[in-house]
Design a protein around this ligand. Structure first.
Ligand code: MG
Length: 379
């Protein structure tokens, strides 16, 4: 079996309503997708997390290493791509290029061997996971607090057991919003907060201590990803578990987070940090230190399903008769590409999403949707 073609796509959709978080505003969803074709007609799909046009350039750069090679040897191909990019991009966007290809190769492997990716990764420790709603972004609203409260109540009505909200406007504004959302959703729903590294250690400590009373599931990216020592210091100053890792790349980057005891919950992004192959290695590192993983997920059904298989395969830490449910991040912000690109559509039943048992990632990609959202390339 040989790889015959690697096709890259940048998809774009202008949003009806701009939303923002502590760092930037979103008025467009811009997404990178890769399709890998083999001489036996089997096709695999992957997705990259990050600046789509740059990820596309990275995939084009490593494509000559893939053409004519056996897609089932995905780890040797991973290493070749890594070695090709190592001198220029030990962290960042080229890791996302490798990630997209790696996910597509796993999809091919699953379809070829007629097995779900999670089974080929070693097996499914669980058959279903609990999606948490990612939403509650900021917007230009006269009454942001009421808007967030209404949105949070919608998630509760839809059956979500956990919700993550943005913080990072200012410590005092955040405290008011967290209080309002907690009061609106009651005490049975898990509530997490995410500042996207908006704060200094002093501010993050102040916010964490002030919202401890609202029973916060985790505080995500409280401080800059560059300040590993601030992450570990914050963990000693609050009872709220600390989460992070969506800006980290490859096993070597995650090793630094782990060695410094930075987080309680490690958030590897499969489509950014090195693909399913590297995420599996990172999970072994985390496991040796007893650190939980809840992957960061942002994108289409391709990224979501890659995460579903990865989570299904995660070994429970520690093992026990009744291990707790595991979370998957489920972005609920406006995204027409996500809603239409893949089938079957993602379905939540009684607060759970089933792990697919069909071959590969377990999805079909609608190429008509790719044509409809096809973007002009920026670089
Ligand atoms: Mg985040």
């Amino acid at each position: 079996m040989k790889i015959t073609k690697v096709e890259t796509f940048v998809l774009s959709n202008q949003l009806k309503e701009t939303f923002f978080f502590s760092q930037w505003a979103y008025s467009e969803r811009r997404i990178f997708i890769v399709k890998i074709t083999t001489d036996e007609g089997v096709v695999g799909w992957g997705e990259g997390y990050g600046p789509a046009d740059m990820i596309k350039a990275g995939v084009n750069m490593v494509t000559p290493l893939l053409i004519g090679e056996n897609p089932l040897e995905n780890e040797t191909l991973w290493f070749k791509m890594y070695r090709k990019t190592l001198d220029f991009a030990r962290r960042g966007v080229l890791a996302a290029s490798i990630s997209a290809i790696d996910v597509a190769l796993w999809d091919i492997k699953g379809k070829t061997l007629n097995q779900p990716v999670s089974v080929l990764m070693g097996g499914q420790h669980r058959k279903r996971v609990v999606p948490y709603a990612t939403g509650l972004y900021f917007s230009e609203s006269d009454d942001l607090r009421s808007k967030l409260v209404a949105e949070a109540k919608t998630y509760v009505k839809q059956g979500f057991k956990a919700i993550k909200m943005k913080v990072g406007l200012s410590v005092s504004k955040d405290i008011g919003m967290v209080k309002a959302v907690r009061e609106a959703i009651g005490n049975d729903i898990n509530l997490m907060i995410d500042s996207n590294h908006a704060y200094s250690l002093r501010e993050a400590t102040e916010l964490a201590r002030a919202v401890e009373q609202y029973n916060i599931g985790w505080f995500e990216e409280p401080v800059s990803p560059e300040y590993y020592h601030h992450y570990s210091a914050l963990r000693t100053k609050t009872t709220i578990p600390i989460a992070g890792g969506e800006c980290e790349y490859l096993r070597y980057g995650f090793q630094t987070l782990l060695e410094n005891d930075c987080v309680d919950i490690l958030q590897v992004d499969i489509c950014g940090a090195g693909g399913l192959s590297e995420a599996k290695r990172i999970s072994t590192l985390a496991n040796t230190r007893g650190v939980e993983i809840v992957p960061h997920v942002w994108g289409t059904g391709i990224a979501f399903h890659a995460a579903l298989h990865f989570i299904a395969n995660l070994e429970p830490i520690p093992g026990r008769l009744h291990p707790p449910d595991m979370y998957i991040e489920y972005d609920r912000t406006e995204n027409d590409i996500r809603e239409s690109l893949t089938s079957p559509s993602i379905e939540m039943k009684n607060g759970y999403i089933d792990v697919p048992h069909t071959p590969g990632l377990g999805i079909e990609v609608d190429e008509e949707v790719i044509r409809n959202f096809s973007a002009e390339i920026l670089i």
